[in-house]
Design a protein. Structure first.
Lengths: 322, 259
């Protein structure tokens, strides 16, 4: 069993810390100019900005030390995301089913952390990959064992989606920590998702003024525009080259293009996924855990969607190693 | 009779559910944590549920073996429906003893009213008070009318238990203070009973100002439930109820052990 990271790639951590810090400093400078030179302070944006620093610090605290902290961090994030989902949908009232999902998320964490009993490599991929079947069977059995039927289909469906989406799909981020050179992958993914989000927002605001406002999905999220979508896609497609130091040599041109598409399209699909869930529930934000951003799910919406796609890209082209 | 039951069951089983899903989000799901914790509509989630049960079990062992805690008159607790527990207040142990006297399955419906200005003054305190004690923030200073109103709504949910200390603060010298009339305003003209309790030994075991409790013996006496359905909800009525309950608790205090 390996407790230490398979490869201590600290120079990558430092590079990312420098890049993120520099970007945030530039943004801070712009905000300072708005506040003290132009005398038009933007208190909402300043709150959002402060939260970014905290999120950067948290990401570094969990990613830098190695695989165990990554798995712990991802598990906490999964539980927090599921908690918000359960509160927003009303699933939290059912302690049995939400307890079942909690148990499932903990099993995801354990299967990412232990070694494969046959191969001895870190992470038991066999168990990890069959968990959806067992979790579905387990969650469906809960109303049967309790002898309940009224309203149970809705609750079971919600808990299965909760487990699959926030427990298992996001759990791939924790399992990815077992790959060789994992810190590069993880930090790239976090950075790429964030920058794509920001690019979408900025391009949406700026380009819509030039080309006119064309809504992307007016039924789901009225603020998203085609300009933002294309801008985000363009940024996502260039990032694998700009940050190519994160990847081992097996990550050639093909995978890089695919990676750009996955982050560019998947990130925005993830964003819209949480949006349509919120519209259906009739709520605005999933929570208020991150000042200036809304809930944790409002921030991690793209990450959840992109994570398993990215994981399998890495697994296909480079293998998890070890 | 049996056939009737079977027909009813068949009917119930074949009546379709409403056509669309009904979501009932957590009341105040998008409020900051501190505000959510100090809401009277707070509801336990799975994690809170687990932590509260575990801490209650540990607490029961602690009280049993460290304080030799005993309960007299447990049969006086109503089995069903909402009710109010009132007790004398000498120490932080009081609320822990009242919670430990309740059956575990009603733990999540038992709400002790805690001073909003003390237990809900910071996030860590609110977290502990809401998670482990299931406390509700009672505003004893500025707007007690609003807090009483909110308590009324809590009691309207069937099976809720509200634990109150009508003295409003811990008695410094072990002598019971005057019961304030808020309890009267809450109970006058209402269906639910009020159960008076007297806790003996808490003031000695954990006096105000001491950091940790001493191993003193604790005894909780639970009295007969009192009904105030006929009392008019007037100022005088409220004062009378407070006086009656103070008398009932004082009587329990004078009961000799084992009588």
């Amino acid at each position: 069993m390996t407790f230490l990271p398979t490869e201590l790639t600290h120079h990558i951590v430092i590079q990312y810390l420098a890049i993120a810090g520099a970007l945030l400093l530039v943004a801070g400078l712009a905000l300072a100019i708005c506040r003290w030179v132009l005398r038009r302070p933007l208190p909402g944006v300043e709150q959002t900005y402060r939260s970014w620093w905290i999120m950067l610090a948290l990401a570094m605290v969990f990613v830098a030390p190695g695989r165990t902290t990554v798995i712990v961090g991802v598990t906490l994030l999964s539980l927090a995301c599921f908690g918000e989902f359960a509160r927003a949908t009303g699933l939290y009232r059912d302690w049995w089913l939400s307890g079942g999902v909690w148990l499932g998320i903990l099993v995801v964490a354990v299967s990412s952390w232990v070694s494969d009993p046959r191969l001895g490599t870190p992470g038991w991929y066999g168990l990890f990959s069959v968990l959806p079947a067992y979790a579905t069977a387990f969650l469906l059995a809960i109303p049967v064992l309790r002898g309940k039927s009224r309203g149970q289909l809705q609750r079971v469906c919600l808990s299965i989606v909760g487990f699959l989406y926030f427990g298992w799909m996001l759990g791939h981020l924790g399992f990815l920590a077992n790959a060789e050179g994992a810190q590069g992958y993880l930090l790239f993914l976090l950075m790429a998702v964030v920058l794509t989000d920001v690019a979408g927002f900025t391009c949406g605001k700026l380009l819509s003024r030039v080309f006119g406002r064309r809504p992307l999905a007016p039924e789901i999220s009225p603020n998203k525009t085609w300009a933002g979508f294309l801008g985000a896609l363009a940024v996502a497609l260039t990032l694998p080259w700009l940050l190519s130091f994160s990847f081992p040599p097996c990550f050639g041109t093909g995978p890089k293009i695919l990676l750009g598409l996955i982050v560019g399209l998947g990130g925005q699909l993830g964003d819209l996924t949480i949006s349509f869930i919120k519209r259906d529930l009739g709520i605005k934000d999933m929570g208020s855990a991150i000042p200036g951003h809304g809930g944790i799910l409002d921030r991690c919406d793209s990450l959840v969607y992109v994570t398993p796609l990215f994981f399998h890209l890495v697994r296909w082209y480079c293998g998890l190693g070890g | 009779m049996n056939r009737d039951k079977a027909r009813k069951r068949d009917q119930k089983m074949t009546t379709p559910s409403p056509k669309s899903w009904k979501y009932r989000p957590y009341p105040g799901y998008d409020l900051p944590l501190q505000e959510r914790l100090s809401s009277f509509q707070r509801r336990p989630e799975f994690l809170v549920f687990v932590l509260r049960i575990l801490s209650a079990i540990v607490l029961r062992f602690w009280l049993r073996f460290y304080h030799r805690f005993r309960v007299e008159g447990r049969e006086n607790l109503p089995r069903k429906g909402s009710f109010i527990l009132v007790a004398n207040h000498a120490s932080h142990l009081d609320v822990l003893c009242l919670l430990s006297a309740m059956p575990l399955r009603r733990l999540h419906q038992t709400y002790p009213a805690g001073a909003a200005d003390y237990f809900f003054s910071s996030l860590p305190r609110s977290l502990a008070a809401a998670t482990f004690a299931n406390a509700l923030p009672f505003d004893r200073k500025k707007d007690s009318a609003a807090s009483l109103e909110a308590c009324q709504q809590v009691l309207a949910k069937p099976g809720s238990v509200l634990a109150l200390f009508p003295e409003g603060t811990r008695a410094p010298d072990g002598k019971m203070g005057r019961f304030r009339s808020g309890i009267g305003r809450l109970a006058a003209g209402q269906e639910f009973p009020v159960v008076p309790c007297y806790l003996e030994g808490a003031g000695r075991a954990w006096p105000k100002g001491r950091r940790l409790p001493l191993p003193g013996r604790l005894l909780l006496r639970i009295g007969q439930p009192q009904h105030f359905k006929g009392t008019p909800p007037s100022r005088q009525g409220a004062r009378d109820i407070a006086g009656d309950l103070q008398g009932a608790v004082a009587d329990l205090a004078e009961t000799r052990m084992g009588k």
